[in-house]
Design a protein around this ligand. Sequence first.
Ligand code: NDP
Length: 255
Amino acid sequence: MTSPFDLTGRRALVTGSSRGIGLAIARTLLSSGAHVVIHGRAAAVVAATASALAEEFGAEAVSTAVFDVTDETSVVAGVAAIEAAGAIDILVNNAGVQHREPMLEVSLADWDRVIRTDLTSAFLVGRTVARAMVVRGAGAIVNICSVQTDLARPTIGAYTAAKGGLRNLTKAMTAEWAPHGVRVNGVAPGYIRTELTQALLDDPTFNAWVLGRTPAGRWGEPEDIGGAVVWLASDASRFVTGQVVFVDGGMTAVV
Ligand code: NDP
């Protein structure tokens, strides 16, 4: 019997997979048999990442896409170019940014940039990819949320609003697309060591807060996230849709 987690023959687009959590998700999908499209805005970084993965998993397992997830014209052209080579069976909406500033001071431009990158992009890329998934009657979308989907902290208002919105967008997509065989779920990482969080790691007070607030007693690693994504992208979760799985070392389970 084939494992229900096996992704052989499936093609996955992971947005923001040139580094960090997206890259680790791409590696886990590749090791489960999927073809993965490595994506980001910086063409040279995307090419270098894809080339390293191709050495490990084989050239036929990896391809690349370079577009800005906040720009509709680029998203439509980028997705069309990927689909010209084959259908997208799995979409992981992972690209994201953060901006730290109290809400009394944050500019509308910074607020809009975070909402557009962390929430609107999932609608834009999700809608573009789902159009073909709905016609085929199959597909899996995983939206990368955050503990800020559920919990607020000072100085990250736009991020918290976007990630909270992403949970309800996951439900809204489920309401419209589940009848067409497209499942949409979320994975919500806790505090993970990446470029996005480097400044927090380097701050002794913040670092101590994360360690004390996380029952597992450590920061997460990017490699901690891929397993949940493979589950939600594969037939192992075929009756699961509209849900968010927290991969946070217990942070959202305790006060
Ligand atoms: P990184 O900053 O390390 O990586 C972000 C990725 O997104 C890069 O590949 C970046 O590529 C890409 N990206 C950013 N903006 C755009 C854009 N407009 N268009 C296309 N690609 C873009 O972040 P992480 O790996 O830490 O975070 C990944 C996801 O996980 C984010 O959604 C984040 O909110 C979420 N998350 C992270 C946590 C953490 O502790 N690190 C915790 C909870 C959630 P480039 O800039 O070259 O285009």
